[in-house]
Design a protein around this ligand. Structure first.
Ligand code: WTA
Length: 637
């Protein structure tokens, strides 16, 4: 799908970017950094003298919130709408850049009054409402490090994250709207903070659903009693380019989530640059909508920081895509004239299932660019998206990146790249990637599904600066595999086709991707063995036509636990959902007498995956007892 001449003529990106970046990467990134307002200019673009510790824009200072708010207001754009908020129950708010600045300033003044100091951590556990964005910006303005926890996470998961970050403050809401009903949220915070000692001094609560909630005097504070009355002017201070901006927890190959740390100058440079070029964003014309939740990296980089730095007018939608019915997204697009729409393949496949007559009932002609993120997009879903949402002409950007990379790394550039359904195509200008084998040799181009490993062989501005509280794990997880080469190991399988275009083929480690959410097999296994009836558990991801992958668990019961069939497996599924989050609920649980293990006692997940996907198990020669597979198979069917 080549770009149309019309799109190419007005595109933000031009083909010379690739060449310029290749000639002098650092000069290229310095040029991109000039998109921001620096309080004090940097004197060195990159310090990579102690890899894998990177320092970008050395000596530079800036304030992120100033870049996202104040400078737009000072430039005369105070009346431009920053956020069109659509609440799930149908309430709406249009918030201008001036209003967003005022409310962020009030929040910053009040957080200062609470005694919070630069570098302190603040946990944010909120639904998709404007105050969530304001809370993040107020932290950034004060140099506080926020840690946003997805509001679908359980009290246990929240507690783990609050403790690891050592948060002094939690910002939350009384509840959240889901499918027309209020669901409590503050009670989860209470539960997370119950009993054992913690570092939290205050819980700041936004009233959203109006439900009655338990209250701990002195500790709990209402947003409307405090922030709403705070002074509306706040003078932002500059921070070092490497000042910690946020921690965001993500799943790794072990049960304990990793606190990915991002800093200020490089992160904002790359999120703003990619938002400008990959989405072809034009601040005076576009209405942009990224459907992610602020609890994930996509919400951080492409709802909050990149778009606001670029003076975007955007949609913030609180609810699910099928409330009150499956027309909701298309109604919103029609109502606001959305021009850029960025979503995940799992949702596209859900739309396919609901039927094309639903989007066809709406005027979607305002859309001029579509994006995809979170997992490989299957060519069928790509074509459906192109035809039914993009009127057979809109460019699609399939953007590969990770919580760790902070910003988009591999993607077509609209107006330049000729796209292929299912391929992420090319590393962006300024980014360098390779596909290699286990030894680090480049894998030959292929049109089969042969997988190599994706590595990033040069540092990039928005790269993670470490794992919070765990410097060793940072080294081991990302830099150990190719330590002689000094490359970052992404954990994804990939290939180059014979045209030299890049395809991402999915995770090659024990991280599963369920509806674009990262969940580790170890996390689910540990939730399962947390149940008194479970002696051992092995979890694999099996292909699923809607969610991409689905969780299939194999469990061995303790001897005194009767196998009550569905009653027990439903109980176990609920155990996982409440322990982690409903997104981690297994699709299937099979009670088995044994698990396939090697002679050294390692569970052979590959064979379980074969069984889960209904294939004949592959090579079983290393199994301690090959007859086990027949037994498991019989138990499953
Ligand atoms: C997967 C989300 C194929 C990949 C921004 C990666 C993708 C993981 C794509 C990161 C894509 C993300 N094509 N796979 N366009 N985008 N992934 O940290 O496996 O939630 O490693 O970041 O999602 O997930 P994370």
């Amino acid at each position: 799908f080549p770009p149309s001449a019309e799109f190419a003529a007005a595109a933000n990106a031009d083909a010379s970017l690739y060449q310029r970046a290749a000639q002098d990467r650092e000069a290229f990134w310095a040029e991109q950094a000039a998109r921001l307002h620096w309080h004090h200019p940097f004197h060195q673009v990159l310090d990579w003298s102690q890899p894998p510790i990177a320092k970008w824009f050395v000596g530079g200072t800036l304030n992120i919130a100033y870049n996202c708010l104040d400078r737009h207001v000072l430039d005369g754009h105070g009346d431009q709408i920053a956020i069109h908020f659509e609440g799930e129950p149908g309430d709406t708010r249009a918030i201008t850049y001036r209003q967003l600045l005022t409310e962020t300033s009030q929040a910053a003044n009040y957080l200062t009054e609470l005694g919070l100091q630069p570098g302190d951590r603040v946990a944010i556990y909120m639904p998709m409402i404007p105050e969530a964005v304001i809370a993040m910006l107020a932290c950034a303005r004060l140099g506080l490090t926020h840690s946003v926890v997805f509001a679908g996470f359980s009290p246990t998961a929240l507690r783990q994250r609050i403790d690891d970050a050592g948060a002094r403050l939690v910002i939350t809401t009384d509840g959240q709207w889901r499918r027309g009903k209020p669901h409590p949220l503050k009670t989860a915070v209470d539960e997370a903070l119950h009993h054992t000692p913690h570092t939290v001094e205050h819980v700041l609560v936004v009233r959203r659903t109006g439900t009655d909630i338990p209250w701990t005097p002195h500790r709990d504070l209402w947003w409307h009693d405090t922030i709403t009355h705070a002074p509306t002017h706040h003078q932002p201070q500059p921070f070092d380019a490497e000042h910690p901006l946020f921690i965001l927890y993500t799943s790794g190959t072990t049960g304990k989530p990793k606190g990915i740390l991002h800093t200020t100058g490089g992160y904002l440079t790359q999120t703003a640059y990619t938002h400008h070029t990959v989405f072809d964003h034009k601040p005076d014309h576009d209405i942009y909508w990224c459907t992610a939740d602020i609890g994930w990296i996509t919400g951080h980089s492409y709802i909050v920081y990149g778009p606001l730095a670029n003076r975007t007018t955007q949609i913030l939608y609180e609810g699910t895509p099928n409330h009150p019915d499956e027309h909701r997204h298309w109604q919103i697009i029609e109502k606001y004239g959305v021009t850029i729409y960025y979503t995940a393949p799992t949702l596209i496949r859900t739309f396919m299932k609901w039927g094309k007559h639903i989007p066809a009932a709406h005027n979607l002609t305002s859309i001029r660019l579509l994006g995809s993120v979170g997992e490989p997009i299957n060519p069928e879903a790509w074509r459906w998206y192109h035809e039914n949402i993009g009127a057979n002409k809109t460019p699609i950007v399939d953007t590969w990146w990770q919580t760790e990379t902070g910003a988009i790394m591999i993607s077509p550039l609209p107006g330049i790249t000729t796209t292929k359904p299912g391929a992420a195509m090319t590393p962006l200008p300024g980014i360098s990637a390779q596909i290699v084998d286990e030894q680090g040799n480049p894998t030959p181009p292929t049109n089969t599904d042969t997988t190599g490993y994706l590595v990033l062989d040069q540092p990039w501005p928005a790269m993670l600066r470490g794992i919070w509280n765990d410097p060793q794990r940072y080294q081991d997880t990302y830099w150990h595999q190719y330590r002689e080469h000094g490359w970052y190991f992404a954990g994804d399988g990939a290939k180059l086709d014979t045209d030299g275009d890049l395809w991402i083929l999915g995770r090659i480690d024990d991280v599963m991707n369920i509806s674009g959410h990262r969940i580790s097999t170890a996390e689910v296994e540990s939730a399962l063995v947390g149940h008194h009836g479970v002696a051992e558990a092995a979890v694999v991801a099996a292909h699923d036509t809607t969610t991409g992958q689905a969780i299939v668990a194999f469990v061995i019961l303790t001897t005194d636990t009767p196998n009550t069939g569905d009653t027990l497996t439903n109980e176990l599924k609920t155990q996982v959902a409440t322990h982690i989050s409903p997104i981690a609920r297994p699709r299937e649980i099979h009670i088995v007498p044994e698990l396939p293990k090697t002679r050294s006692g390692k569970i052979m997940r590959r064979l379980l995956r074969d069984i889960a996907e209904g294939r004949q198990p592959g090579d079983t020669s290393t199994l301690l007892d090959p007859t086990i597979l027949t037994t498991i198979h019989t138990n499953k069917t």
